[in-house]
Design a protein around this ligand. Structure first.
Ligand SMILES: NC(=O)c1ccc[n+]([C@@H]2O[C@H](COP(=O)([O-])OP(=O)(O)OC[C@H]3O[C@@H](n4cnc5c(N)ncnc54)[C@H](O)[C@@H]3O)[C@@H](O)[C@H]2O)c1
Length: 441
C-alpha cells in the first residue's frame, strides 16, 4: 500500500463548522506552535512515536516522520459560525487560553473570520447568533456550502481540504426512512424536511466536494446510511462521533483495566459541571439526550454484560451534566465506581478530574484533520474505524460493534499506519524472540 499514499504536497485547508472554544483553542495552539511559543501536547501526530519491526531492531520513529502527514506550516484555517467574531475575538470570549498567549498571535487569529452558518434553531435552542445564511431550502443551503468550500479552496490556493465538525451538539434525533438512501435524503433536503439536521447538510456538502469529514459532536451527521453510502460511492473518508476527552477518556482507560483483571462492577455514577457555551447548549434536555446516549454506550461495550453476567449483569450506569457558569471551560467531573472482587467483596474507586475541555479536545482536532487527509491520500474511503481512538461513539459499519477500549483502539490505529506504509503488523505475540534463542543454542 505504501506507494499508494500520495505525498502531502501543497496547502491543506482545515474547515471547521463551529468556531467556538474547541476550534479556536485548536487554531491558536497550531499558530503558537508554529511560532515556537507552545508545544502541541496531546497530539499523536506531533508528539508520539511508533515502534516498527521487532523489539531488537530499535526502530521507534516519530509518527510524523513515518507517515507522510501535512506539516503545521501547510495548514490554512477556515470555517463557519452563527456568531460573526473572528478567531481572536471568539478565543478571547471562550476564556480557555491566557490573553497574553492570544495577543502573541493576534494578527494570525484576527485574519480568520467565519463564513455565515447553515443553522436551524430547532436543533440548538440555546443559541441566538445571527450570522447565518438567509432562509432557504436545505437543498439550497447545501449548494451554498459547496460554493463556500470551492471559493475557500481557490482563494487560499489549497491542494486539499478536510472538514471537522466543532459546532454545537444538536438535539437528539434518530435515523428514519429519509436517512436511509441518498435518493430519499436528497428529496428530503429539497422538501425542506425537519428531520435533516444542519450537521447533515455540512457533511453532505463536504462529501459531495470530495472533502473528508469528521464529526466531533454526538449528533448523527454523517452517521446515517445515506451519507455512509455516498462517502463510499464518491471515495471520501468519514469518521465520528463525539471527541473523546475528559470523563469518557478516563472511563475508557479505567474500565478495560478492571475488565482485564476480571473485577466486577455494579455501579458507575458520573457527574460533571461545566460553564462554557457547550454546557449552555447541553442545558437543553433535547441536546443533553444526544450527549447522554453517546456517553452511556461506552461501558456496555467494554464490559459486555451479556457475556459476563456474574461480573457486569447488574451494572447501573448514570451520567449527569450540569451547567455551572463559574467553572467556564474548566470542566470538573466526579466518578463513583462500585466494584467487587474475590468472593464478591465490595470496593470503591473515586475519580475527580479537574480537566480543561478544550485543552483536551484541541489536539484531537489536529490529529483528525491530519489523519483524515492521510486516509484520503491512501485511498481509504468510507468509515475510518481506525480513528475510533478519538471518539466517544465510534462510527462503524452497520452490524459491527464499536471498540471502546482505548488500548485496543491505539493498537488498531498504529497497525493501520504500519499497514499503509508496508511495515509488518505488530501482534505482541513475541514467541519468535524465544524461538530464535532456542535455535541459536
Ligand atoms: N471540549 C470537549 O471536550 C468536547 C468533547 C466532545 C465533544 N465536544 C463537542 O464539540 C463541540 C464544540 O464544543 P465547544 O466547547 O467548542 O462549544 P462552543 O459552544 O464553544 O462552540 C460551538 C460553536 O458552534 C457554533 N455553531 C452552532 N451551530 C452551528 C452551525 N449549524 N453552523 C456553524 N456553527 C455553529 C456556535 O455558535 C459555537 O460558536 C460541541 O458539540 C461539543 O459537544 C467537545
Amino acid at each position: 500500500m505504501e506507494n499508494q499514499v500520495a505525498a502531502a504536497s501543497g496547502k491543506l485547508g482545515v474547515l471547521v463548522p463551529g468556531m467556538g472554544a474547541v476550534a479556536t483553542t485548536f487554531i491558536a495552539g497550531v499558530e503558537a506552535t508554529k511560532k515556537g511559543l507552545a508545544k502541541p501536547i496531546g497530539a499523536l501526530t506531533q508528539m508520539s512515536n511508533i515502534r516498527l519491526g521487532k523489539r531488537t531492531e530499535n526502530r521507534y520513529p516519530k509518527i510524523k516522520d513515518f507517515v507522510p502527514l501535512a506539516s503545521l506550516e501547510q495548514i490554512v484555517f477556515g470555517g463557519w459560525d452563527v456568531y460573526n467574531e473572528n478567531v481572536y475575538q471568539a478565543a478571547t470570549n471562550a476564556k480557555v487560553l491566557q490573553q497574553t498567549q492570544l495577543d502573541a498571535i493576534k494578527a494570525e487569529l484576527e485574519a480568520i473570520t467565519p463564513m455565515p452558518a447553515v443553522f436551524d434553531r430547532e436543533y440548538v435552542k440555546n443559541l441566538d447568533g445571527q450570522h447565518i445564511k438567509a432562509k432557504d431550502t436545505k437543498w439550497n443551503w447545501a449548494l451554498a456550502l459547496m460554493e463556500d468550500i470551492k471559493n475557500f479552496k481557490e482563494k487560499n490556493n489549497c491542494e486539499r481540504l478536510v472538514m471537522v465538525w466543532c459546532a454545537s451538539t444538536e438535539k437528539y434525533i434518530e435515523t428514519t426512512d429519509i436517512h436511509e438512501t441518498i435518493e430519499a435524503f436528497e428529496a428530503a433536503m429539497q422538501a425542506d424536511d425537519d428531520r435533516i439536521a444542519p450537521s447533515m447538510i455540512y457533511a453532505y456538502a463536504a462529501i459531495k466536494m470530495g472533502v473528508p469529514f469528521a464529526n466531533g459532536a454526538p449528533n448523527l451527521s454523517c452517521d446515517i446510511p445515506a451519507l455512509v453510502d455516498l462517502a463510499k460511492e464518491l471515495g471520501v473518508a468519514i469518521a465520528g462521533k463525539d471527541f473523546k476527552t475528559g470523563q469518557t477518556l478516563m472511563k475508557t482507560i479505567v474500565a478495560p483495566g478492571l475488565a482485564a483483571r476480571a473485577l466486577g462492577v455494579n455501579g458507575w455514577f458520573s457527574s460533571n459541571i461545566l460553564g462554557n457555551r457547550d454546557g449552555l447548549v447541553l442545558d437543553d434536555p433535547d441536546n443533553f439526550k444526544t450527549k447522554e446516549v453517546s456517553k452511556l454506550s461506552v461501558l456496555e461495550e467494554i464490559f459486555q454484560p451479556e457475556d459476563n453476567p456474574d461480573l457486569y449483569g447488574e451494572l447501573y450506569h448514570k451520567v449527569r451534566i450540569n451547567y455551572y457558569p463559574p467553572h467556564g471551560d474548566n470542566k470538573e467531573s466526579w466518578d463513583n465506581i462500585d466494584i467487587f472482587g474475590w468472593m464478591g467483596y465490595p470496593m470503591q474507586i473515586k475519580i475527580n478530574f479537574l480537566c480543561r475541555d478544550s485543552i483536551l479536545a484541541a489536539p484531537i482536532v489536529l490529529d483528525l484533520a491530519l489523519f483524515m487527509d492521510l486516509a484520503q491520500r491512501a485511498n481509504m474511503s468510507g468509515i475510518q474505524e481506525w480513528l475510533s481512538f478519538y471518539f466517544k461513539s465510534p462510527q462503524t459499519a452497520e452490524g459491527l460493534k464499536p471498540e471502546h477500549d482505548i488500548f485496543k483502539q491505539l493498537i488498531k490505529l498504529q497497525n493501520t499506519l504500519r499497514h499503509m506504509m508496508g511495515e509488518d503488523l505488530i501482534t505482541h505475540l513475541g514467541l519468535d524472540y524465544y524461538q530464535d534463542l532456542v535455535e541459536s543454542l
